[in-house]
Design a protein around this ligand. Structure first.
Ligand code: SF4
Ligand code: SF4
Ligand code: FES
Length: 320
C-alpha cells in the first residue's frame, strides 16, 4: 500500500519549534506503523529519531501518538490507521518533554512510578528456609496490573496530567494498586494514606483515556477506582477528595440529587475561606450556564427521594 507518513519532527539543535514532515512510503500490507517508520529512517531520512526494541509489544519503548491517540507503533498495523493513498499523523507521546522527534524524556514517568514505592514491603522478612505463600485467589486481581509494560501510553493521553503535573497519573497509580492489593505487603495503610492526598487517587478525572489506549488491558482508571474504595474503607482522614465523595453521597441520599453548593463547602471545609472564595468564579460560571438551580442555597428534596434513600440503605446493608 501507499501511504503518506506525516511526522512531527523536533530537533532542539536546529529549530526551537517542532515542524511537520511528510514521507511517502510504499509498504506491504503486513507492515506495522513502526515498520514504516524504520523504513523511512533506513531508506529516506536517517535523521529521524524514534525508540524501539522488541518490535513485539513487550518492551514498551515504541509508544507514540498515531492519529492523535497513544499506541505502540509495533503493535499497530499501518493499514488499520490509514487507507491506501491516505495520510497518517505520527507525533511523540503527550504530557512528556520531547527530546528529539518521537523520543520523549521519560523522567516524569519514572519519577511518578518511583514515588509510589513499586516494591513489596512486607512486615517481616521470611527466614532463610521460609517463603511467603499467597493463595492463587488472592493474586488473581493482580494479574491485570502486573501486565503493565511501562510504555507510558496512558500517561501520554491522561487529561488530568495535562492540566496538573502533580497528579501521579494512571501508570503509577495502577502500579500502586498492584502493591496495595498484594496480601504480602505490609504497608497498604501508609500507601493508601499517601494516595488520599493531593496528586493521588482523587485527581483522576475519570475520562477513560488510559483505559482506551493501554495496549495491555491494565485499565488504570478501574484500578484507581478500586483504590478510591480502599481509601474510603480504610477510614483514612478526610481530605478534600474523600470529603467530596462523602458529600456527594450524603446529599444524594438525603435529597435524591446533588447539592452543588454543599459539595464545595464540604470538600474544602467551612473554615477554608480562601479556597472557597477561589471557587467563586467557577460557581458564577456554573450559575450562568444553568448548572445551579435557583436559588442555589435552597436545595429541596426531590419527589421519590425516599426511594433513593432505600437504595443507599440496601447498598450499605450489602457491604456487611
Ligand atoms: S481516567 Fe483518570 S488516570 Fe485515566 S487518563 Fe483519565 S484522568 Fe488520567
Ligand atoms: S498501564 Fe498500560 S498504557 Fe500505562 S504504562 Fe502500563 S501498559 Fe502502558
Ligand atoms: S518495540 Fe517493544 S513494544 Fe514496540
Amino acid at each position: 500500500m501507499q501511504a503518506k507518513i506525516r511526522v512531527q519532527r523536533y530537533d532542539p539543535e536546529s529549530s526551537e519549534q517542532p515542524w511537520l514532515q511528510e514521507y511517502d512510503v510504499d509498504a506491504p500490507e503486513r507492515y506495522s506503523v513502526l515498520d514504516a517508520l524504520v523504513k523511512v529512517r533506513e531508506e529516506i531520512d536517517p535523521s529521524l529519531a524514534l525508540r524501539c526494541s522488541c518490535r513485539a509489544a513487550i518492551c514498551g519503548s515504541c509508544a507514540m501518538r498515531v492519529n492523535d491517540q497513544a499506541r505502540l507503533a509495533c503493535n499497530t498495523r499501518l493499514s488499520s490507521v490509514v487507507e491506501d493513498g491516505g495520510t497518517v499523523k505520527i507525533e511523540p507521546m503527550g504530557n512528556q518533554r520531547v527530546v528529539k522527534d518521537l523520543v520523549v524524556d521519560l523522567q516524569l514517568f519514572w519519577g511518578k512510578v518511583r514515588a509510589v514505592q513499586p516494591y513489596l514491603q512486607p512486615d517481616a522478612e521470611p527466614g532463610p528456609e521460609e517463603e511467603f505463600i499467597a493463595s492463587n485467589e488472592s493474586m488473581l486481581n493482580l494479574l491485570t496490573p502486573m501486565g503493565c509494560i511501562m510504555c507510558g501510553a496512558c500517561v501520554s493521553d491522561c487529561t488530568a496530567l495535562e492540566v496538573d503535573e502533580n497528579f501521579l497519573g494512571p501508570a503509577a497509580l495502577a502500579k500502586s494498586y498492584r502493591f496495595v492489593a498484594d496480601p504480602r505487603d505490609g504497608k497498604s495503610g501508609e500507601r493508601l494514606g499517601a494516595l488520599n492526598e493531593y496528586g493521588g487517587v482523587w485527581d483522576c478525572a475519570r475520562c477513560y483515556m488510559c483505559v482506551e489506549v493501554c495496549p495491555k488491558g491494565v485499565a488504570p482508571m478501574d484500578r484507581i477506582m478500586e483504590l478510591r474504595e480502599s481509601v474510603m474503607a480504610s477510614g483514612a482522614p478526610g481530605t478534600p477528595g474523600s470529603r467530596h465523595v462523602q458529600s456527594f453521597a450524603n446529599s444524594v441520599a438525603r435529597s435524591g440529587w446533588l447539592d452543588e453548593t454543599m459539595l464545595a463547602v464540604d470538600s474544602w471545609g467551612k473554615k477554608n475561606v480562601p479556597k472557597l472564595l477561589s471557587e467563586a468564579p467557577l460557581g458564577i460560571r456554573a450559575l450562568r450556564r444553568g448548572k445551579f438551580p435557583m436559588p442555589a442555597f435552597l436545595h429541596h428534596k426531590r419527589p421519590g427521594h425516599r426511594n433513593v434513600r432505600r437504595i443507599f440503605e440496601r447498598a450499605e446493608a450489602g457491604k456487611e
